[in-house]
Every structure is written in C-alpha cells, then in structure tokens.
Design a protein around this ligand. Sequence first.
Ligand code: UP5
Ligand code: MG
Length: 200
Amino acid sequence: SVMMKPQVVFVLGGPGAGKGTQCARIVENYSYTHLSAGDLLREERSRSGSEFGQLIDSFIKEGKIVPVEITINLLKKAMEETMKADEKKFRFLIDGFPRNQDNLQGWNTVMDGKADVKFVLLFDCGNEVCIDRCLERGKSSGRTDDNRESLEKRIQTYLQSTRPIIEQYEKQGKVRTIDASRSVDEVFGAVLHKSDFVRL
Ligand code: UP5
Ligand code: MG
C-alpha cells in the first residue's frame, strides 16, 4: 500500500482564542487528527528523562517560542506514529504552530515535499477576550502560563512574532479567518462555512 502524504491545516490565533476547543469539534465530525504543538511540548516537559524539560518550562512561563528543533521533532514523530497506526489518518490539524520565522524555517526544512499545507485556519479575537478566557481557565487549568504576567508576554509574542507569519500566508491567499469572539457553537458554524473538511 502507498503511504499518503500528510495533509495539514495550520490552526493559529492568540492565546485562548479557542484553537484547541474548535479542533476538538472538528475532530468529532471529520477525519482529522489534532496535534497541539503546545500540548506536545507540555508532554515532553513532563516526560522523565527529557533533556528539554527545564528549557520548555522556562520558555512557556515566559511566553517565548521554543527552538524549532524541539517542536518539529515532536510534531514529525506524532504524525509518523499516527499514520503508522492507521494509514487512513493522514489529515492533521496542527494547532499553535508555526508561531515565528524560526518555526516556519524549521517546518520548511524538515517537511519540504513531505506534507501539503492546505490552508491556515485563523481564530481572530481581541486581546481582552483572549486574556479573560485564559484567566478564567487559569482557575483550574494548572497551566503555568495562565496568569496575567505570562499572558501579557504571550500576547506580545503573538503580535510581534506570529502575526508576521500569518501575513506571509495571507499574501499566498491561504488564510481563512474566523471571528473567534462569539460562542463556541457560533464559531464552529463559521469554521464549517469556511472550510472544506472531508467527512468521515
Ligand atoms: N473558550 C474557547 N472558546 C470559547 C468561546 N468561543 N467562548 C467562550 N469561551 C471559550 O480555549 C481557551 C479557554 O477559553 C478555555 O477555557 C475554553 O473553554 C474557552 P482553548 O480552546 O484552550 O484556546 P487555545 O487557543 O487553544 O488557547 P491556548 O492557551 O492553548 O493557546 P496558546 O496559543 O497560548 O497556547 P499553546 O498551548 O498553543 O502554547 C503555549 C506555549 O507553548 C506558547 O506560549 C509557547 O511558549 C509554547 N509553544 C512553542 O514554543 N512552540 C509551539 O509551536 C507551540 C507552543
Ligand atoms: Mg490550545
């Protein structure tokens, strides 16, 4: 049998914009696998024997973007393992990546010719909405970056480093922008309207 080339949708948007929530909804309805770069980094941080635990921990708290060598290996491994377990699972939502020029270069270097990026799904909402959602979640999430100090830094990183990446994809006509400030159901309705996900 022939291995399919991974088909990728990058899912971007500010901290707390609802990337993870909407990816979960998409996965319930369509044959996509959700890979959150942040979740993979948090898993790697807590893996005993990881040589990167300390580094990841401090970068996340500071809202800084981890060097791509670490992130791309986690993503590549997760994609390979998914496809190895089930060759029909070659469609991926890659959530929270690429976040800066280093990420984009790393992706292009490692994945060149090995995956197709179909489009970027952008969850767009104001900084205040982002901050409020993360602070609310912070009451129970246990995430070390759901506090006001880290959030200010995450927002700055998003504006300074991630927005320019989104603009590059916009120039290629690859960005589908969703108003993420509405309810979860309304946002998901807009996702369905703007995307052409393949039914299960
Ligand atoms: N919520 C969701 N949708 C809602 C709606 N429509 N109305 C009301 N509430 C809504 O949602 C956040 C919260 O809001 C939840 O409580 C939810 O119920 C509610 P969620 O779906 O989790 O939003 P999401 O966009 O996924 O928020 P997240 O905090 O995960 O975004 P970040 O981009 O900040 O976090 P991520 O995990 O991607 O990255 C964390 C850190 O890891 C980064 O800051 C960085 O340090 C590091 N990182 C890298 O270095 N490299 C990478 O490639 C990726 C991450
Ligand atoms: Mg998330």
